[in-house]
Design a protein around this ligand. Structure first.
Ligand code: FAD
Length: 632
């Protein structure tokens, strides 16, 4: 087909956030010809927006920290639904990945004695987040890009071109994966700038497309996050695990309306910010759940003492995992104790001096001053929950990151399993480094082991090209659906019926509405030229948004318990029997099917890292019996 640009690589990486860049570096270092493709500008990804830091048990701020403590915290945060092997690899390898970044040129903030400084974050027992002010993601991306440039310079020096082994395609969106007898053969998409179609022939694809937040009305996510990677994986025959777990970050901006949902970093609470309701009450003490009672302070005095004497006091409840804090804020607002704009107050001005706040939280200071005319060094912020992160994602092998489809890998936010039912802050930046590296390494190894390259089927190529072309017309026919109208309605439904607090009846209503949207989506069309046409782009994205929304809603209805990022008002308790179940989504043509699958059993060695009393909060009686027998 002459009107399609055709390119050939060994490995293509879809996504240029931290996971994608780290994967591409590894694949190129393994000698594979690698392409990095990103829907938006190179460098503009959620990773760059990450503020607080990357969690890694380096033990710099407290020598008692180690991988075992980090593993425990991660499993607790995920309410024991995490894939234990991913949590183990992550805790063990994160420090090495952070050190490695410094060898690439990153410069983290320092302790007075010159070590990498580490800050407190919710759910982490010790200060653990390596950071650069509140602009950690920026430094991470800058460093990975710098490493890529240095590899490209090596390739040039060695006689190739700068992009002979590592090429970058910014503002290029992948709309379909192509298969050869069930194996990856390539990916098809378009260049946003020219509208030209492009085929990347490659035996291995690494999905690093990030999250799905744009399916919800109030979100910290930006326009690209339409769940493309999740949907691409499903359509190619891979599976998604536990899509019901969506993280609502407790602190998004609530005012003014144009910025509602923009993130207020957890570092504000990590650095001593307290939450109060409209009556001035520091309400989090009322919301410490049973499973966390032993670790959190029950009085303001003890909580305040913890900042200067963490050894002899328990942590403030503002630093509970995100799901707990988000639900607490939601309850306060619902009970009529919210701020004038429907949030609660978050105040750091009484804890730190203005110059300290500006030094430690420069982006937050700037964000509130510019967007809300609030000076956070002198007055509280108004904050409320915002859809932030999806714990569910592509089901992968924990060691290799390969999905069910040979040649298809996933790393970073698009992959599932690592965070269980709730991600701890800071665990994403380290996740994408650890598993990005592993995905790059194993994709390269897979390509190296192939006897012959899979081939792209020309009929399939013509069909995906036609599917993309036919959405764009000179004039809209009668009955055509506007993609923006459909997106708006979808976001409202997901927010209202599949949001932070869920009920069976509302979830059923959402699923019915999604069926109706799917029918309407068949008539979505856009007009105008092929160059930079956002209406056409959204028309292509909307089916991905509908697919992932259906997975979230169906899994949320199926899981009749509350755990982490999934709260069922009609089933408020955590049920040990559900802890043994992963919900797996697959696609059967236009329909999403859901099945239950056993959660892999944690090794006794890892179980032994927990007190038996703690295990009894999560495991069933039979599991405990088996554990007792094994450890007797
Ligand atoms: P991303 O960085 O999200 O990158 C995804 C890439 O995929 C982008 O390049 C995008 O253009 C591309 N893409 C998507 N679809 C397509 C397609 N169809 N074709 C081609 N390209 C595509 N986590 C922490 O650990 N610590 C923090 O302090 C922190 N702060 C955060 C602050 C904010 C405001 C936000 C939104 C998130 C924060 N997170 C934080 C979460 C964390 O940043 C993300 O989960 C993480 O960066 C995801 O990285 P990733 O590499 O998986 O994907």
């Amino acid at each position: 087909m002459s009107d399609i640009q055709r390119l050939s690589f060994d490995v293509i990486v879809i996504g240029a956030g931290g996971a994608g860049l780290r994967a591409a570096i590894e694949s190129r270092m393994a000698g594979k010809k690698t392409a990095i493709i990103s829907k938006s500008l190179f460098g503009k990804a959620h990773t760059v927006m990450a503020e607080g830091g990357a969690a890694a048990a380096m033990g710099n701020a407290n020598s008692k920290d180690n991988w075992q403590v980090h593993f425990r915290d991660t499993m607790r945060g995920g309410k024991f639904l995490n894939h234990f092997r991913m949590a183990e690899l992550h805790a063990k390898e994160a420090p090495e990945r952070i050190w490695e970044l410094e060898t690439y040129g990153a410069l983290f903030d320092r302790t007075p004695d010159g070590k990498i400084s580490q800050r407190n974050f919710g759910g982490h027992e010790y200060p653990r987040l390596a950071h650069v002010g509140d602009r950690t993601g920026l430094e991470l991306i800058r460093t990975l890009q710098q490493k890529i440039v240095s590899l490209q310079q090596e390739d040039k020096r060695d006689g190739g071109g700068y992009e002979s082994k590592l090429a970058i395609f910014a503002e290029t969106t992948i709309t379909e994966l192509l298969l050869d007898e069930g194996r990856i053969a390539g990916a098809f998409g378009y260049h946003r700038q020219s509208g030209e179609f492009v085929l990347f022939e490659a035996p291995a694809v690494i999905l690093a497309t990030g999250g799905i937040g744009k399916s919800f009305k109030v979100t910290s996510n930006s326009w690209e996050y339409t769940g493309d990677g999740h949907a691409l994986a499903l359509r190619a025959g891979a599976t998604l695990v536990n899509m019901e777990f969506v993280q609502f970050h407790p602190t998004g901006m609530v005012w003014p309306p144009s910025v509602k949902g923009i993130l207020v970093t957890e570092s504000v609470r990590g650095d001593g910010g307290v939450l109060r309701n409209s009556e001035g009450k520091r309400f989090m003490f009322e919301y410490i759940p049973e499973v966390f009672k032993a670790q959190y302070a029950t009085t303001e005095e003890e909580a305040d003492r913890w900042y200067t004497d963490p050894e002899n006091n328990r942590r403030p409840p503002e630093l509970l995992p995100r799901d707990e804090v988000a639900r607490a804020i939601n309850s306060e607002v619902k009970a009529g104790r919210g701020t004038p704009h429907g949030g609660v107050f978050l105040d750091v001005s009484t804890r730190m001096k203005p110059e300290q706040i500006i030094k430690r939280l420069p982006s937050m200071h700037h964000q509130f001053k510019e967007l809300a005319d609030v000076d956070i060094t002198a007055e509280p912020m108004e904050v409320g929950p915002t859809c932030h992160y999806v714990m569910g994602g592509v089901e992968v092998d924990p060691d290799t990151e390969q999905s069910k489809v040979p040649g298809l890998y996933a790393a970073g936010e698009v992959a599932g399993g690592m965070h269980g039912s709730n991600r701890l802050g800071g665990n994403s930046l380290s996740d994408l480094l650890v598993f990005g590296k592993r995905a790059g390494e194993h994709a390269a190894r897979y390509v190296g082991g192939l006897a012959e390259r899979p081939r792209v089927d020309e009929d399939e190529l013509a069909s995906v090209k036609n599917a993309a072309s036919e959405l764009l017309l000179d004039a809209l026919p009668e009955g055509a659906e506007n993609p923006y109208t459909l997106q708006h309605e979808l976001q409202q439904v997901m927010n209202d019926l599949v949001g932070i607090i869920r009920r069976a009846g509302e979830l059923e209503e959402a699923i019915d509405k999604l069926e109706e949207f799917k029918k309407r989506a068949k008539n979505v069309r856009a007009t105008g030229g092929r160059k930079y046409n956002p209406g056409w782009h959204l028309a292509l994205d909307i089916r991905n948004m509908l697919t992932v929304s259906e997975c979230v809603a169906k899994a949320a209805l199926e899981r009749t318990e509350s755990r982490g990022g999934h709260t069922r008002e009609d089933n408020p308790a955590m049920d040990p029997n559900w802890r043994k179940v992963n919900l797996i989504c697959s696609s059967n043509g236009p329909n999403i099917t859901l099945k239950r699958q056993p959660v892999p059993t944690m090794t006794d060695e890892l179980l032994a890292l927990f007190e038996r009393a703690e295990l009894s909060k999560y495991l069933t009686a039979e599991e405990l019996e088996a554990y007792d027998a094994a450890t007797a």
